[in-house]
Design a protein around this ligand. Structure first.
Ligand code: NAG
Ligand code: NAG
Ligand code: NAG
Ligand code: NAG
Length: 427
């Protein structure tokens, strides 16, 4: 029962509006949580990081989530302010928790990139005017140093000019055939990346059957100038946007017929997980459609009912799936109705909220406690399918006590379904 993962879903979400015939290949990358043992030696990242499972650990994760939500609020304002054509992407400037290694160019160079479902562009440090320091930051167990991309050192690198389909910020172009500039910014944290778009091969390996090596051309940002948290902990070696826009790598791979229009992310307890492009899930998984706003497509789903124990609660709300958010956030009345029902069914002794952590419903775990005493939970999504919340609580252990809390935080603006033990998304 001791676990740091929150709401555990196992689900397959499909956008019914796009149905494509696609190849069945699946490309898998290993994924590392920022606070996993394999990252312990990434300088700066894990410094002063509290022991897993402690009050301080959850307080730190919640603090990170809060900054993330602050970002979302100011982003809404920013997108209005940028009516002159400057593009602002939604970026999890402080919330990145998962990283993967990608290999780009010929000969291949490896980058440890942050994964982000809230933005679309893939960028790496490149031809640096201002990049995060790369020296002295070695990944002990990953056996490579942070790299910088150099288009002139890759024989497969290609320029992306202003007349290219992928060039979204043409108002900043100097001429039709000049390199396409890009800027991704996050106003309130002064975090941004800018540079030019380039095209090069991304090295992929199939996981099923015989290992097949594929080199797929993708368009990405040659990030020449970074600012704010991109200069330190957030994404020192680049960012991999997993959004739905056409520039995101999953969209590109699918358009090129290399994979199904889908990917899955699985998070393991040891902080090591996997991300698989083209994974369509398994037939026994449930499906629900995304709510797609064509102007800004996001991983937005509709919950129609919640079940706590055997009690059904009629609450309808839309929520975002976000792998960069640690916990699940609910706005009232859903928050109160779900958490109060949980409280009425919990059999352990309630303890007053601890100001260090944002959870209202915490209990002293009795010595003979077992998982069957914690009320079970499931959500019904649009389409009528039920998704079990396998692990609705977090467990906090101190020297002399064990406390568990309902891992749902009251929110005033957005419903967010945070990082899960295993989350499948098909887009
Ligand atoms: C848009 O970009 C231009 C060029 O970089 C800049 O001068 C201008 O201030 C930006 N507009 C906003 C609203 O940030
Ligand atoms: C981290 O670095 C220290 C000293 O540089 C080394 O002794 C230790 O084994 C490394 N830890 C991991 C997990 O590789
Ligand atoms: C999710 O989709 C619904 C329905 O289209 C919309 O009203 C809501 O604003 C969206 N939520 C977010 C956070 O984008
Ligand atoms: C958990 O506790 C319940 C109620 O006390 C009991 O019926 C059940 O057998 C226990 N399960 C385990 C795995 O110990």
């Amino acid at each position: 029962m001791r676990s740091s993962s929150k709401l555990t879903f196992f689900l397959l979400i499909t956008i019914w509006v796009f149905s494509k015939t696609c190849k069945g290949r699946v490309f898998t990358f290993k994924m590392h949580h920022r606070f996993s043992d394999s990252f312990k030696n990434w300088s700066g990242l894990t410094r002063n990081w509290p022991e897993k499972g402690s009050f301080e650990y959850y307080a730190a994760l919640a603090h990170r989530d809060q900054m993330l939500r602050g970002r979302r609020l100011s982003d809404a304002d920013a997108s209005l302010a940028f009516s002159d054509g400057n593009s602002t992407f939604r970026i999890s400037s402080l919330g990145f928790l998962h990283y993967t290694t990608v290999e780009l160019g010929t000969p291949g160079v490896k980058f440890m990139v942050a994964l982000d479902t809230g933005s679309d562009l893939f960028w790496v440090p490149c031809d640096c005017s201002r990049c995060a320091p790369t020296h002295g930051a070695s990944y002990a167990s990953l056996d490579f140093e942070l790299s910088i991309y150099n288009p002139r050192e890759s024989s497969t690198s290609k320029k992306v000019t202003c007349n290219n389909d992928m060039c979204a910020q043409r108002n900043r172009c100097l001429g039709t055939f000049s390199s396409c500039p890009y800027i991704v910014s996050y106003v309130s944290a002064q975090t941004s990346t800018s540079g030019i778009l380039v095209k090069d091969v991304l090295h992929l390996t199939t996981e099923d059957g015989g290992r097949e090596f594929v080199e797929a051309y993708v368009t990405f940002g040659c990030g020449q100038v970074q600012s704010g948290s991109f200069l330190d902990i957030a994404a020192p070696n680049g960012l991999f946007g997993l959004g739905m826009e056409k520039i995101s790598v999953p969209s590109v791979l699918s358009r090129e017929g290399l994979i199904a229009d889908s990917f899955s992310m699985c998070f393991g307890h040891d902080g090591i997980g996997r991300i698989s492009f083209g994974d369509k899930g398994s037939p026994d998984q449930e499906e629900t459609p995304f709510n797609i706003d064509p102007a800004h497509p996001t991983y937005n789903v509709t919950v129609t009912q919640a079940r706590v124990g055997t009690m059904l609660i009629d609450v309808e709300f839309t929520a975002l799936f976000d792998s960069g958010t640690s916990f699940t956030y609910m706005v009232d009345p859903a928050y109160s109705r779900v958490s109060e029902k949980f409280h009425s069914l919990a059999r352990d002794k309630w303890r007053p909220p601890d100001p260090r952590i944002p959870f209202e419903y915490c209990y002293d775990m009795s010595p003979d406690a077992n998982a069957s005493l914690v009320p079970s939970m499931s959500l019904t999504m649009k389409g009528g399918r039920h998704f079990t919340v396998y692990d609705p609580i977090i467990v906090i252990s101190t020297q002399n006590e064990i406390v568990y809390c309902l891992a749902i935080v009251k929110s005033t603006e957005l419903n967010i379904i945070g990082r899960k033990h295993c989350l499948f998304m098909c887009l």
